[in-house]
Design a protein around this ligand. Structure first.
Ligand code: FRU
Length: 487
């Protein structure tokens, strides 16, 4: 199919140029996270290792800081840390994707990169149509669109999107996020021998299947892979109501673990576990690399989240991706580790061994900053509660009698403080990645993760890091400043 898209792409490049000064002048611009050069970023897409390099694409509305007609932006890296901007990968310029090149994935076949995405189309009355489309690239940079390979089957609404393709026992499979005509979220499975002709195999999991009841009206961004001898299905369901500390954001992202029977198209799975307990995490996507690691990026944002009042919108951009994380199956659940390569960012190491933190506010000499990694490893616990405050308003704490781990930040709208929590049997370690306006907290080596955007008043934030303990905690503490690699 010929590409008529250069005009559309040119407009985006013009927009990037005309906003560059305002965007880069934002003190909240992150130093080591993937961000859009202008406009709104949402889901990570097409995460893949191809010809010796990591590629990650992202949902992108370059023209506004709200959702709209989406492009695929593109970054490339040798090491998951230093990212180069690549040309726009997909623009919404064909009849089958004219209202957005929505989320999707990438696979490598015969040295070529195949991407699958959802073409979003709306008619004059705003009725939606969805096509699962394919595009191919030989160099990983320019893509030739091949058009739709799957149409919405009988029994589903046009909320049918986010194809994730993988290979298993010599056959290609695709999972798609869907909504049944009855308004239930589902994941459906397709297979193909050539990536072009796809057979509908049936629903694999859904909001009223495998012991679930009314578990969401739409399941977005499915991802199915094997890890630790089990099949993990990640989904981003919409329509879950808060249950205590669970499901507190507008939409959730989490996983099931179990066993897929590919011949019978069944998935026997356990309960849903949220992947992240912070304020800003949605639509994650994984890829396996040449070292065999299962890596994950998430969108460090969430839908409809105060887009109009988000502090960065004055600077014509909004949202970022999380840091890349490695997934491992341990002790009956997924653990998430910051990718090992992030150590490349470290400089100015500070180490405090066997520090006794007790009743009074403790501030360690020289321990401060706004862009850093902080590791706290607990050696001895004789306390009821422990807190570390980062900057002005970001409080990380553990309450032992209630087994509650919490993160508190200042809301984007007004001055109120807001918190997210999870239950945790014991606190062993906290690893914090603080960037100018984000924080990612890995608890107990990735047993729980909290990702959030944070906006301290820049003028009054002195980069303090301090501790409060009820009782006494002995800890080893290490801190590094982190290099700026993104602008
Ligand atoms: C998830 C999502 C996807 C869709 C994309 C559109 O955030 O709604 O389901 O493909 O965003 O940008």
């Amino acid at each position: 199919m010929t590409q008529r898209n250069s005009a559309k792409k040119e407009l985006v490049y013009k927009r990037i140029d005309s906003c560059k000064e305002v965007v880069t002048a934002d003190p909240n611009r992150l130093h080591y996270h993937i961000m859009p050069p202008v406009g709104l970023l949402n889901d990570p897409n097409g995460f893949v290792f191809f010809k010796g390099k990591y590629h990650v694409f992202y949902q992108w509305n370059p023209f506004e800081t709200k959702h709209g007609i989406k492009y695929w932006g593109h970054y490339i890296s040798d090491d998951l840390v230093h990212w180069e901007t690549a040309p726009i990968a997909l623009a919404p310029d064909q009849w089958f994707d004219k209202d957005g090149c929505y989320s999707g994935s990438a696979v490598v076949k015969n040295d070529k990169l195949y991407v699958f995405y959802t073409g979003n189309v709306k008619d004059e009355s705003n009725n939606r149509e969805s096509y699962q489309c394919m595009a191919i690239s030989e160099n990983g940079i320019t893509f030739v669109k091949k058009g739709p390979v799957i149409h919405v089957p009988e029994g589903y609404t046009a909320h049918f999107r986010d194809p994730k393709v993988f290979c298993k026992n010599g056959l290609w499979y695709m999972v798609i996020g869907a909504q049944t005509s009855k308004g239930e979220g589902e994941v459906v499975l397709y297979s193909s021998s050539d990536l072009e002709n796809w057979d509908f195999l049936g629903p694999l999991a859904g909001s009223n299947k495998n012991g679930l009841h009314d578990f969401g009206y739409m399941w977005e961004c499915p991802d199915l892979f094997e890890l630790g001898n089990r099949d993990i299905l990640i989904i981003s369901p919409q329509g879950l109501k808060p249950e205590g500390y669970k499901y507190n954001n507008i939409y959730q992202a989490g996983y099931f673990s179990g066993k897929v029977e590919y011949t019978h198209v069944t998935y026997d799975h356990g309960t849903f576990t949220e992947l992240d307990r912070g304020f800003d995490f949605y639509a994650p996507q994984t890829a396996i690399d040449h070292t065999g690691r299962r890596l994950l990026f998430g969108w460090m944002g969430n839908a409809e989240e105060g887009e109009s009042s988000h502090p960065t919108t004055n600077h014509h951009w909004i949202h970022a991706l999380t840091l890349p994380r490695q997934l491992k199956w341990r002790h009956g659940r997924l653990f998430q580790y910051p990718a090992e390569e992030l150590k490349l960012l470290r400089k100015n190491e500070m180490t405090f061994n066997e520090v006794n933190l007790s009743e009074q506010e403790t501030k360690l000499p020289g321990l401060n900053g706004n862009v850093f990694e902080l590791n706290i490893s607990i050696k001895e616990w004789k306390a009821t509660s422990f807190s570390v405050v980062v900057g002005k308003n970001n409080k990380i704490s553990y309450n032992q009698p209630t087994n509650t781990f919490s993160f508190q930040r200042k809301s984007f709208n007004g001055d109120n403080l807001e918190s997210r929590h999870c239950l945790l049997k014991e606190l062993k370690s906290i690893r914090v990645f603080k960037d100018t306006s984000s924080i990612e907290i890995f608890v107990n080596e990735g047993e729980e993760v909290f990702s959030s955007r944070v906006f301290d008043e820049i003028s009054t934030n002195d980069g303090r890091i301090y501790f409060f303990v009820n009782g006494m905690v002995t800890a080893d503490i290490q801190k590094w400043d982190l290099n700026q690699v993104c602008k």
